[in-house]
Write a protein of this length. Structure first.
Ligand code: FAQ
Length: 327
């Protein structure tokens, strides 16, 4: 007979901390989904809050590089699609902030850490978008990398995060196709358009590979995340999946991969890349990327300028609650 939520809660209450952890890990091994009100080890909760809040911030800060091109999109069709994409990213941030709240931290607290600079977000959004081709590259490469990572997270052990990922992946797939269409059109266009695509590809290729996190032997979180069923594949496994898929796509576009060491390894059946420039990644993480300051300033300014909206909405909600209480 399947044990119900009430039965499990009563049984877990009677256990020692060690027994509870053992029981929890056996549920993870059995691929059960963990829901917000169920008992979970403190480290599980902490890891989820860390990773999900970084993810939510990435979606929100990720609106800025693309938002930069809304007023300069080359046609009305492109402008409409770009506005919709940027708006989708805001929605993704909100799904994930809501999912973080189920772990007992308020959205205000999580967001404050973004604004005071103590929270991380994906390093990729600290690079500038200097040409229209960058909008194609973000859709194709950045959304493409996010999809590979998030398709795995859609099967992670924490219910609210997994469900948010399912919805997000559907929209990201659309974004990727939109990006590929832009890149494909530029690559089939004039010599100047093709050169613009290549120049942009040269700038985005290596930073995108870093989106999957540090190499497995250097990643301090992967082993624990895998034990908790939060990550189902390691950083290097997902990065390799991305490389194999995108080398082929780049070749189809006629783009040259900016890696003189790249070769196809017949034995493993995978493309092998040269060394990733991790020094650059650490510099961006330290706040020294090309746009770190600009991104944070934009979010701080938007938060200040939106203060009156938050205050008006709270005043309205308070008034309505009082009126309802009287009825
Ligand atoms: N940037 O031990 P690991 C998107 C940090 S969403 C910044 O390997 P972990 C959608 C890491 O936090 C993109 N920091 O870490 C979109 C850790 O620091 P901490 C975001 C990074 O967690 C598209 C330290 O280094 N996606 O693009 C990065 O096991 C287009 C040690 O590293 C997610 O957040 C990095 N790239 O693996 C939006 C998905 N890599 O916290 C707009 C969820 C590592 O210990 C437009 N997150 N660090 O101080 C994950 O899957 C994982 O957290 C990883 C990192 C894979 C990002």
């Amino acid at each position: 007979m399947v044990e119900g939520h009430f039965g499990r809660t009563t049984r877990i209450r009677a256990m020692s901390e060690e027994q509870r952890t053992k029981d929890f890990l056996s549920r993870i091994d059995a691929k059960e989904t963990i829901e917000p009100k169920e008992w979970m080890p403190e480290r599980y909760r902490e890891q989820l809050v860390r990773m999900m809040s970084q993810h939510a911030h990435s979606e929100i800060v990720g609106m800025l590089p693309e938002g930069n091109w809304i007023t300069r999109a080359p046609s009305l069709r492109r402008k409409i699609a770009l506005i919709a994409k940027v708006q989708d990213e805001a929605g993704h941030g909100h799904y994930i902030y809501s999912a973080v709240e189920t772990l007992g931290v308020s959205r205000e607290e999580v967001y404050r850490k973004l604004l005071d600079g103590s929270a991380k977000y994906s390093h990729i959004f600290n690079y500038p978008t200097t040409s229209w081709a960058d909008i194609g590259m973000i859709g194709w490469l950045v959304d493409g990398a996010a999809i590979i990572n998030q398709t795995m997270l859609a099967r992670c052990s924490y219910g609210p995060y997994a469900r948010a990922m399912l919805r997000i992946c559907k929209e990201e797939n659309f974004h990727k196709k939109q990006g590929m269409e832009i890149v494909s059109r530029l690559c089939r266009g004039t010599a100047a358009q093709k050169a613009m695509a290549q120049e942009s590809f040269d700038r985005w290729w290596w930073p995108t590979l870093m989106m999957f996190g540090l190499p497995d032997e250097k990643s301090k979180n992967t082993a624990e995340l895998m034990q908790f069923g939060i990550k189902l594949r390691s950083n290097d496994e997902l990065r390799q999946r991305f490389i194999d898929m995108n080398v082929k796509q780049a070749q189809e576009f006629g783009l040259t991969i900016p890696d003189p060491d790249l070769y196809f390894d017949e034995d493993s059946g995978h493309w092998q890349i040269g060394p990733i420039p991790w020094e650059e990644f650490f510099e961006v993480l330290k706040g020294n990327g090309p746009c770190n300051r600009e991104r944070l300033d934009a979010k701080i300014r938007a938060h200040e300028e939106g203060r009156w909206v938050r205050e008006a909405a709270s005043a309205f909600a308070e008034k309505r609650a009082k009126r309802r209480a009287k009825q």
